[in-house]
Design a protein around this ligand. Structure first.
Ligand code: BES
Ligand code: MN
Ligand code: MN
Length: 454
């Protein structure tokens, strides 16, 4: 049967790209309230596709964006797979840096360019296509398939945890499969066994009640921008380590086998310098670039403001300054504990000459799973058949906090089978997805269904 499914997917390659183009045209930006209607449109588009394929699917309301949920029952006693993906996308800004409009997909040199192409519409569609092909050939699946697609991943899955808790029985499964990560490199597919967590906060520094003339008042009142800069500078030590007391207390050190395996992967710092465009690399002393990216916690300013930003100069002491700061966490750091340590540290570092406020934003737990679990064997074989190459086992620096919630609420482990590439420019202008990866990912998904069905 799998042969017929694969042949169908080969035949329908063009149709698959047409489908992808359709959904990429819908600007389902979850961060933008003005796009609420488009977010719903994307949910409805997916539900219609899935229903047409024979997967009984509903668009389920939440307090926020809808959840698309579908089921296709398999034989009695067969395993149950829950596929998760997200149909919401990041804002397309800065718009001026796109070579073609973000919601008008174009194909150039085998890659499709559009917001959401790789993260995550293109990736989630591989599973929808694979299931459709199976149902067209076999009338039913060899496993019980459940699919859950959310519209709030990029705004930290606000309503999904409650939905999981309220629908525990409906969502019961043996394993969760997520395609929302990357391969190690072109031609090197991967299974991701670890992701980072997140603690996010905004820091606001208030100085004088209004901007002041920096000549008349300078040197007599503290400048909130100066104060903020000093506080941020104090967040790292000279070895590139985060200088917040207690920050590393719960960090799980890299295992020896991990350091060995990472060192064997083809990776070149010089090449990485070129890709990122930086004049020199930077990071925590004592760790390689790969170790820093995958397994060491970090702290970064994501944005900062204060004072005059326009043309020319303006001689003021700004009334206020602020920054958005995120910390990427590794096992076994706890986002709430880290958020508290951060707030305490900022409060202690704040001089009495300004008012400082720390506003906690979203967080998420890190994810780590034993890559030697038996379920990885079939997943690895499915990838080998789809991509023609055995996958390598990697961690990544991104976050999908819901993976941890799947474990806590449903008791199920998550298989992260990502078809993206590191240079897909996710969250960035000119996001793209290789149509070869799109196709091979679809084949791998079809093989996975066959293999898990025994
Ligand atoms: N698909 C990414 C997660 C990801 C990124 C995994 C890179 C592996 C490598 C996901 O859509 C995402 O962007 N997650 C956010 C989570 C946040 C909003 C809570 C992230 O990592 O910033
Ligand atoms: Mn994603
Ligand atoms: Mn994302």
């Amino acid at each position: 049967m799998i042969q017929k499914v694969i042949e169908r997917l080969e035949r329908e390659k063009k149709k698959a790209v047409e489908d992808l183009v359709e959904i990429l045209k819908i600007p389902s930006v979850s961060a933008d309230p003005a796009r609420k209607g488009d977010v719903r449109k994307a949910a409805e588009w997916l539900a219609a596709k899935m229903n047409a394929a024979g997967v009984k699917t509903e668009v389920k309301a939440t307090a926020g964006n809808p959840i698309v949920y579908g089921e296709s029952p398999g034989p009695k006693g067969a395993p149950t797979i829950l596929i998760y993906g997200h149909y919401d996308v990041q804002p397309p800004d800065p718009l001026g840096e796109w070579e073609s409009p973000p919601f008008e997909p174009v194909v150039k040199s085998g890659k499709i360019y559009a917001r959401g192409s790789s993260d995550d519409k293109g990736q989630l569609l591989t599973h929808v296509r694979a299931i459709a092909a199976w149902l067209a050939e076999a009338k039913s699946l060899p496993i019980t398939m459940k699919i859950i697609l959310e519209g709030e991943e990029e705004i930290s899955s606000i309503n999904l945890p409650a939905f999981l808790r309220e629908n525990r029985e409906m969502l019961r499964c043996d394993v969760v499969v997520v395609s929302d990560t990357s391969q190690f490199a072109p031609g090197m597919p991967a299974i991701t066994y670890g992701l980072k967590g997140l603690a996010y906060a905004e820091v606001r520094v208030q100085g004088p009640s209004a901007d002041l003339h920096s000549g008349s008042f300078g040197g007599s009142v503290a400048n909130p921008a100066n104060v903020l800069a000093k506080m941020i500078a104090g967040m790292h030590d000279e070895n590139g380590r985060v200088a917040i007391p207690g920050f590393y207390d719960d960090v799980k050190p890299l295992d020896d086998w991990e350091r060995k395996e990472y060192a064997r992967l083809p990776f070149d710092d010089e090449e990485y310098k070129k890709i990122t465009g930086v004049p020199a690399l930077w990071g925590e002393e004592g760790y390689t670039t790969t170790e820093r990216r995958w397994a060491r916690p970090t702290l970064d300013v994501n944005g900062m403001w204060g004072g005059y930003q326009g043309e020319g100069g303006k001689t003021i002491i700004p009334a206020r300054a602020g920054a958005k700061i995120s910390m990427r966490l590794v096992p076994n750091q706890d986002p709430e504990k880290i958020a508290k340590l951060f707030a305490e540290h900022v409060r202690k570092a704040a001089p009495p000459s300004v008012r400082v406020e720390v506003i906690p934003m979203h967080g998420g737990k890190p994810f780590l799973i034993d890559p030697k679990l038996p379920m990885f064997e079939k997943a690895a074989l499915a990838i080998e058949r789809g991509f023609g190459k055995k996958p390598v086992f990697i961690r990544e620096g991104g976050s999908i906090p819901i993976t941890q919630t799947f474990k806590e609420v449903l008791g199920a482990d998550t298989l992260l089978l990502g078809w993206g590439q590191n240079d897909d420019r996710t969250h960035s202008p000119n996001e793209r997805f290789d149509l070869e990866d799109f196709h091979k990912g679809t084949l791998a998904s079809a093989h996975l269904i066959g293999l898990l069905g025994g």
